[in-house]
Design a binder for this molecule. Structure first.
Ligand code: IMP
Ligand code: MG
Length: 181
């Protein structure tokens, strides 16, 4: 990853640490959802790497679906306007939903998505985010599962992008300021 590494200021969560997080969250989710009707819904595209690794540590029968939203464009700050680009395919009635997100920042995306899904007859809706930037919260929202907190820096890798790039970095790193300023 030499060519991509040169744009990274600091590694914040290594590939090894990511798998330790996935195992911990997967084991907790396995306990909490035993006997329930689990549907894991990933928010595209940022959650894809996290979701595919996390679900390998969930020892339960489950189904997967995806939801695509946009709120960022090519900047590094949320516009506040969330738009659904692709809705889920499965009828939610009777499912225990686990929403999987890459990072919780202002909270607007997950607030919008969970409100929208609340009217669809699911048994329960829980939120799992890999990363959390708690000091940036604008909307009050408490995730049920958090991988780890990160400082208020723009981070990329393991699904997270800047201008659709850097998703394929195997770790989470802060992006050098000169790349986006
Ligand atoms: P929120 O709606 O402000 O909570 O923002 C959540 C969304 O913004 C996430 O799904 C990410 O796509 C994006 N985002 C927020 N912070 C970062 C970051 O540091 N790097 C990459 N994407 C981010
Ligand atoms: Mg996202």
């Amino acid at each position: 990853m030499e060519l991509l590494n040169k744009d990274i200021n600091e590694v914040l969560v290594s590939a090894e640490q990511l798998q330790i997080i996935n195992r911990r969250l997967g084991e907790q989710i396995t306990k909490d959802f035993e006997g329930k009707n689990l549907l894991v819904v990933g928010i595209l595209k940022g959650s894809v790497y996290f979701m595919t690794d996390l679900t390998r540590y969930i020892d339960l029968p489950l189904k997967l679906d995806f939801l695509a939203v946009s709120s960022y464009g090519s900047g590094t700050r949320s516009s506040g306007a969330v738009k659904i680009i692709k809705d889920i395919d499965i009828d939610l009635a009777g499912y225990d939903l686990l929403l999987v997100e890459d990072i919780l920042d202002s909270g607007r995306t997950l607030d919008y998505v969970s409100r929208m899904l609340q009217t669809r007859g699911a048994n329960s809706i829980s939120i799992c985010t890999l990363l959390d930037k708690p000091e940036r919260r604008v909307v009050e929202l408490e995730p049920d599962y958090v991988g780890c907190s990160v400082p208020d820096e723009f981070v990329v890798g393991y699904g997270l992008d800047y201008d659709q790039k850097y998703r394929n970095l195997p770790y989470i790193g802060s992006l050098k300021r000169e790349i986006y300023e």
